[in-house]
Ligand binder design. Sequence first.
Ligand code: GLC
Length: 556
Amino acid sequence: MNRREFIFAWWKKKPVYQIYPKSFFDTTGSGTGDLRGVIEKLDHVKSLGAGVIWLTPIYPSPMIDNGYDIADYTAINPLFGTMKDFDELIAEAKRRDIKIVMDLVFNHSSDQHPWFLESKTSRENPKADWYIWRDEKTNWRSIFGGSAWTWCEERGQYYLHTFAKEQPDLNWENPDVRRALFDAANFWLDKGVGGFRIDAIVYIKKPEKFLDGKADAPDGTCAVHNMIANTPGILDFLREFKREVFAGRDIFTVAEANSVKPEELKFWVGNDGVFDMLFEFSHVNVMFNNGDEVWHRSHPIKLSEFKKALSSSQAVTRHSWYPIYFENHDKPRSVNNFFPHGSDKILAAKAMAIILFGLRGTPFIYQGEEIGMTNAAFKTIDEYDDISSRGAYDLARADGLSDKEAMRFVQKFSRDNARTPMQWNSSANAGFTSGKPWLPVHDDFKTCNVEAEEKNPDSVLNFYRKLSALRNSSDVLLRGEYEEIFPTNEEIFPTNEEIFVFTRMLGMKKIIIAVNFTTHDVNLPEKIFDGAKKILGNYPDEKNFLRATEAVIYGN
Ligand code: GLC
């Protein structure tokens, strides 16, 4: 591939739209979204200018972790439809110039996968070492809470699970395991998928010396993440993955890689790396002090930290590429997450969109983000489906928090905030299903829904469409260099905790973006817009200061 083609690769040009099928659109009345629902709504995705749909897992699964516990890597979960539906989805998407990207969950399988069912029967069976079995356990805490080891009576050993006990970790040291996984990935590529989002990939290599016996975590947090993420030697597995699956195919890959350091990035992404892009977590996890995402130990976000995270990932990917995202199926809604309580939700959703399309990289829109959906905040822990919310609640209670305090963190961080059904119209259940939705619909659906927003030229939805069209036609937004204005110096720039200002430059062309994260007016530090014209903003008119939650794009 020559350099010019690399710069203009198709997956850099248009946004990606992420679909969580279970909550997207139900065509059968089951209360659960399905593949035919995705087919029916392709024109909505197209209207956002998206070129790719990333589907979260649709494989057969007991759904303990909503599909991230896979029981068969090369089939479709009947809950979502059939292989015929899937083939039709690829074809219908292709007619609209949209590619389908699958989620590969290769760190672990379901405990109901035939591989695990066989592996657990004895220490001698043909799949005996397809998972990670030990006689003694360590004190590691799994990501969803509770021990990372579960005792298996049948085999008389413990098995390791980075996530839930129903998600045993696969043993990548075994070449037969790697072969089976690569074959599964190739199966989907041969069907015509456009690439992969690769789940939790930093955990596939386990540090042998810590696995056996009493290798307790030293830091008191006992978090499995801190013990196994990004273990040396992991790149050997990943390079083999690339050779056996991705190489020579016109696809794109984006790996979920919490904890890859900036200086290591060149080995992970770009022409000499393994993947095209990497989801790292620094900007969405600024409220946590280390890789250990304990909700009740979070602190309020400081804007300076958020900006620093964004600016450093922009800097380290200057010669490669970056996925821009603020929401996904694991994170709270960004309006609640990044703006202070009391902010106007519509202004905030539009302000976030300006940053999403304004930074350098491929914007990833998560379903509902484009209509400004907000956190659901259920009242009691029993109303939550998300397995990690229940784990986080138990951990908070064990640490001495009251039910009320623990619930405050669950409401703030639960993954169910992003998983309430997509809001299509103002009819019953927001038009998501004619049955009983698997998770309650957010109560703001009468006003926050696709149909209502279609009709309103000033809606969040129409703002997304404008921004997407603007980016798709702007060389500066597509390729221009990023620079933050007055990044951290409090003395020169006392509004550091209030506004985010950055530029994109290409030759003599310049775009300036400024966002006010407060609920009051903020003066701009200098005449940064001189000579430039307003292109778009979340207020209709212009002032020479920024109003509450105001976001603007200027250009020359
Ligand atoms: C990733 C997924 C998340 C899932 C976990 C375990 O972080 O995004 O939803 O629970 O991996 O597969």
